[in-house]
Design a protein around this ligand. Structure first.
Ligand SMILES: NC(=O)C1=CN([C@@H]2O[C@H](COP(=O)(O)OP(=O)(O)OC[C@H]3O[C@@H](n4cnc5c(N)ncnc54)[C@H](OP(=O)(O)O)[C@@H]3O)[C@@H](O)[C@H]2O)C=CC1
Ligand SMILES: O=C(O)C1=N[C@H](C(=O)O)C[C@H](O)C1
Length: 267
């Protein structure tokens, strides 16, 4: 039985994760962490998640439950995630990270932990998106050098703070790598005013933020006369949460290393 603690337990993903852990026979809910000083400390995390009383109380520091859990699941923000990573490395824990929007420096800091603990880090934990990444590799190899323009379009709810989404960036990276390009050189993240026609090799990104959209991603390969679109639409956060719980159970008996959902799913 994998003992899981959830940091950011009162957030959109945190609440969904409580539900997902409850539904998984191989996992048990060992704790939930809210922001330091939060008025929600002391609340029952089942009640926070809307699934009824579970007898597990939210705490506002990891120290308070250090002996209670094996794997931490973290869907919060970059700075909070890096602090939790340091805590897990120090205390011999494992961690599953879904947080997106890390800067290059933050990504390098995260990567430096690869030899210090077992960690899973992925911008999207759904099976569907991870399969889509494989489809994109194939499509890019077949089409990318044949005069097809590549654009990534994503849409999310009005509360999302990072843009483009971590998933959109990952999709762009997969396509770019398949074609021997880099997003540093070929990614185009804004077009406004007299910006001129697109260049052949650029990979464009467009972002929509509106209402309660859970998460939608399309990669378009367009040329004269036809257009291919590979789309994934999430209609419930449960798809991410179930993937994260699967990752937590998987990483529970792995050696130190940085893994992603492709590793977890064996894709
Ligand atoms: N990889 C994937 O599959 C997915 C990744 N994500 C990513 O997960 C992240 C979170 O998304 P979402 O759940 O929508 O965001 P929310 O803002 O709803 O949740 C984040 C939670 O973290 C809490 N928090 C902030 N600081 C701390 C702290 N120091 N200790 C404990 N908790 C803290 C926040 O509390 P407060 O509100 O009080 O500040 C909030 O409840 C984003 O980066 C998002 O892009 C989202 C979905 C899927
Ligand atoms: O913030 C979200 O909600 C999501 N974020 C992830 C991302 O940035 O890719 C994954 C998912 O699309 C939902």
């Amino acid at each position: 039985m994998t003992r899981i603690a959830i940091v950011g337990v009162a957030g959109r993903m945190g609440r969904t994760l409580v539900n997902a852990v409850q539904q998984d026979a191989g996992a048990t809910l060992a704790g939930g962490i809210v922001e330091p000083g939060s008025s929600l400390a002391g609340a029952d995390i089942g009640e926070l998640a809307g699934v009824g009383r579970l007898g597990v109380t939210a705490v506002d520091s990891l120290e308070a439950i250090v002996d209670d859990f094996d794997v931490l699941i973290d869907f919060t923000s970059p700075q909070v995630t890096l602090a939790n990573l340091a805590f897990c490395a120090k205390h011999g824990k494992r961690i599953v990270i879904g947080t997106t929007g890390l800067s290059d420096e933050e990504l390098a800091a995260l990567d430096a932990y690869r030899d210090r603990l077992p960690l899973v880090f992925a911008p999207n934990m759904s099976v569907g998106v991870n399969l889509t990444l494989k489809l994109l590799e194939t499509a890019a190899r077949a089409l990318g050098d044949e005069g097809y323009d590549i654009e990534v379009i994503e849409a999310h709810h009005r509360h999302k703070v990072d843009s483009p989404s971590g998933t959109a960036l990952k999709m762009g990276e997969v396509v770019a790598e398949s074609l021997g390009r880099t997003l540093k050189e070929h990614g185009v993240f804004a077009r406004e005013g007299q910006c001129g026609p697109r260049t052949d090799k650029e990979i464009g990104f467009a972002t929509v933020r509106a209402g309660d959209i859970v998460g939608e991603h399309t990669v378009m390969f367009a040329t004269e006369g036809e257009r291919i679109e590979i789309t994934h639409k999430a209609s419930s956060r449960m798809t991410f949460a179930k993937g994260a719980v699967r990752a937590a159970r998987w990483v529970a008996d792995r050696p130190n290393g940085r893994y992603d959902m492709q590793d977890v799913l064996g894709l």
